[in-house]
Design a binder for this molecule. Structure first.
Ligand SMILES: Cc1ncc(COP(=O)(O)O)c(C=O)c1O
Length: 446
């Protein structure tokens, strides 16, 4: 694709602008290879140093990635707005799409009745001077977090979990600092880390959470922050167990220099208990989103933490976006307070468990071991992602390539089970088994 793109510019600024423009229009899609520095310099009639400067600037902003002998490429989700279809090529029209990591919209509680009730009782308009976290929402959030053992004396709100993580990393770290992230880990977090100019250090994990030795190695390598997914880890479904939490607490105890961020994005949807590390380090934040149980469009997360950390996030929000809309806060409060909504969330969680466990069992019948302790995804190690994806596509299934989520972890596929029907489990497992172990070619001599 890049071979056909007409790069332009004779200064580093103009060359990087031309690359960005290629990304915006889709001519340079995610993953596209850029020409080697010398080749592009010769094509444009400039010195290699000029092209190298353009590439470096785009790398520091998380637009490009350089992977050794694989050369320089456009990152999977560069922080440059492109048409949505460019960011994620649509699967074939008839494919069954299990690639998106979304909750099933049919299992989200309807917000219409609560919106109508809010409309009927909108109250006076809220201006700049009264805005902030509604005391009644703070109280309800505190009760919910305390019930799970999270000390929530200080808390604030952000526009979702990732917004909270961005504000935390922005307030505590500087470009070039290292941040320890799970490997495999959530693709959007890896992209955010790159966009902030931070250095990711991958921490391996198993079904019980990050490996203690991996966290210790990341700390020795100079990580200034550690991001852990409490439950429904994306992409593997791991959940921090009681035993792992205890070992991690022992390792992290008293680390005053480390910012510990726990992402509890699945919240009420995760039916495994929470084992939080909150409070073990001097700087910490526990972020709980409403996206997965109540709907991704609500864009609200509760962020609890130590006094300084919460004050930094609140203060930084105040000088920028301001606050999370009071209208949205009242809607979330209404959803939290409705027993019928509780029951729908409970049923959704149960149904995700059935689908995930059903797929794991169907794969086991083919001798395949996959992962998925909690949440809406199953992670299936494969020998080769590209050939498995191609075979699956030919069989009518779209799943996500593990490459989006990996730093040094071995190849795998991420299969989102949230919308799977029971009747699909057997054919899907069979297609996955065939995609991984294709039957020998007919007609080949023995
Ligand atoms: C690990 C992880 N964190 C957070 C989120 C969602 O966060 P937000 O609250 O920003 O919607 C997701 C969504 O897929 C996720 O996988």
């Amino acid at each position: 694709m890049s071979a056909r793109y007409q790069f332009s510019g004779t200064t580093a600024v103009a060359i990087s602008a031309s690359i960005e423009s290629g990304i915006r229009t889709g001519a340079l899609p995610p993953g596209a290879a850029l020409p080697p520095v010398r080749a592009l310099a010769a094509e444009l009639g400039v010195s290699p140093a000029t092209v190298a400067r353009a590439y470096r600037e785009l790398r520091q902003r998380g637009v490009l990635a350089t992977a050794g002998r694989h050369g320089t490429r456009v990152r999977p989700r560069p922080p440059v707005a492109a048409r949505r279809s460019v960011l994620r090529p649509a699967p074939l029209p008839d494919a069954r799409d299990l690639s998106r990591g979304e909750p099933d919209p049919r299992l989200l509680p309807p917000i219409g009745p609560h919106l109508a009730a809010l409309a009927a009782d909108a109250g006076p308009p809220v201006g700049y001077s009264q805005a902030g976290v509604l005391p009644e929402l703070a109280e309800a959030a505190r009760a919910r977090l305390s019930a799970d053992g999270v000390p929530a004396g200080d808390l604030t709100l952000t526009g979702g979990a990732l917004d909270g993580i961005e504000r935390l990393l922005g307030a505590h770290l500087r470009p070039g600092d290292a941040v320890a992230v799970e490997d495999p880990g959530w693709a959007n977090l890896l992209d955010l880390v790159a966009a902030l100019g931070l250095r990711p250090i991958g921490v391996p994990l198993d079904d019980e959470g990050p490996l203690v030795a991996g966290v210790a190695a990341a700390l020795s390598a100079g990580a200034r922050a550690l991001v852990i997914t409490s439950r429904a880890q994306n992409p593997t479904g791991a959940a921090v167990s009681a035993a792992r939490a205890e070992e991690l607490r022992a390792l992290l105890a008293g680390r005053r220099d480390l910012l510990l961020i726990e992402d509890d994005h699945a919240a009420e949807l995760a039916r495994v208990p929470l084992h939080s590390l909150a409070g073990v380090t001097g700087s910490w934040a526990f972020v709980r989103s409403v996206s997965k149980p109540f709907g991704p469009d609500l864009r609200l997360a509760v962020l609890a933490g130590d006094e300084t950390t919460v004050a930094r996030v609140t203060g930084r929000t105040r000088v920028g976006a301001g606050w999370v809309s009071t209208v949205l806060q009242r809607l979330v409060l209404a959803l939290w307070g409705d027993p019928a909504v509780d029951e729908l969330v409970r049923r959704a969680a149960q149904s995700y468990d059935l689908r995930r466990e059903g797929l794991l069992a169907a794969l086991a019948e083919h001798g395949l071991t996959a992962h998925g302790r909690s949440g809406i995804n199953v992670w299936l190690p494969v020998p080769d992602e590209t050939s498995a994806l191609t075979a699956l596509r030919d069989a009518g299934w779209a799943v996500a390539p593990g490459a989006l989520y990996r730093i040094a972890a071995p190849p795998a596929l991420r299969i989102t089970v949230s919308s799977l029907a029971v009747e699909e489990l057997t054919p899907l497992a069979a297609a996955l088994a065939r995609a991984i172990h294709p039957s020998p070619e007919m007609g080949f001599s023995t």
